[in-house]
Write a protein that binds this ligand. Sequence first.
Ligand code: SF4
Length: 465
Amino acid sequence: MSKAKSQEICFDPELVKRYDGRGPRYTSYPTALQFEDAFTAADYRRIAEASNDSDRPLSLYVHIPFCKTLCYYCACNKIVTRNAERVQKYMRHLGQEIDMQSALFDRNRKIEQLHFGGGTPTYLNETELRALMAHLRTAFNFDESDAREFSIEVDPRTVNTQMMGVLAELGFNRLSLGIQDFDENVQRAVNRVQSADDVDGLVWDARDNRFKSISFDLIYGLPHQSVATFDKTLDIALEMRPDRLAIYNYAHLPARFKGQRMINDADIPDPQTKLEILHHTIDKLANSEYVYIGMDHFALPGDDLVKAQENGTLQRNFQGYSTHGGCDLIGLGVSAIGSIGNAFMQNTPSTIEYETLLHEGNLPIKRGLEVDDDDLLRADVIKQLMCYDRLNFATFNANNGIEFRDYFDDELARLEPLAEDGLIALDENAITITPKGRLLLRSIAMIFDRHLSRAENDGRFSKAI
Ligand code: SF4
């Protein structure tokens, strides 16, 4: 049994194996699989303009798809290139999209949250990053106060001390560093070699530049990993004391992701070893005072994610857990997802189509979804379970104007076996996720997903653990 400050996680290998199906991560509900091609740029304009009647602040996601080299495990939408002209062409079109999008939103709506993801946002050089941020600041009304949450995904191989200063100067105050593993043997096998000393130097640079939060991404299940090797990686990471840690499971799907064919199947740890790595990781982080937020995410007690979980403002969005859930999210760049009011929308994942549409003066929206009342209820259920481990029926009824036990009687019946297995406690007042269920949040949430079908589920989602 692992025990964090105010939370417990109980690792039960039998339950983990039994519930280890594939499932969505529920960064949205409905998930992106439900988005429809019938949703058009005209729908988006209508929804964006109507959203100005609200006082919701704005959040921006900016997708920079380029990477200099291929990490073999990668399942992201990225373009591996060193062709500067190709990058410049994309940046010109991104600039055009920024102008078209900003024209849709009232200037008084502040950008409280900004996230640069990829690909590798730090693929861009200082001049390109400065130009992009200047353009965004002109086009939108940035919140420049300390309350802003401006984050960027950083590939440590692309950033030095001077660049860290530039990122701070541009207004970023949160970093997410892609570490994956510090073991050289593992790094070579996935074609991503970076030294712990370099990462340590960047962490010091980030602290010198007063970044509020530093997050490390690690991956377990990579070739040549064992409990012993991953333990050393954790030791090195914990020595640097990141504010947040995200520990992802590597899903080996070489039939879908070509780069993964470069990984030798025989080098991948077997399922039992993966479970042991995960178990060890959870124990080690709990014993190092990290709080388990949920779904692969851990944070130090003073971190904003922990505070948000305590004060009821934690949300899930396309980057995982978030503290700014009340914003409308504008997605910028190829494949970027937005969320405005009660609708989701996604730009085309094809760079060629993205640039062609913009060249012709069209927004590059490819698909989307206007959610109905039933979806909204289910999204609220899934949020309560994934963010707070508990759903109180009376509170839910008061907030949503329904009788939970009647509306979800079928789902409550389907939860009973999970209650018998000890994943949840079910009584007349609430659903409460138990320490055993906390690692299996998505298996519990899936009960409330009316769109999920086995056929879709097969191979399109990563495993729950
Ligand atoms: S893991 Fe990140 S840096 Fe590596 S190829 Fe994928 S997007 Fe690029």
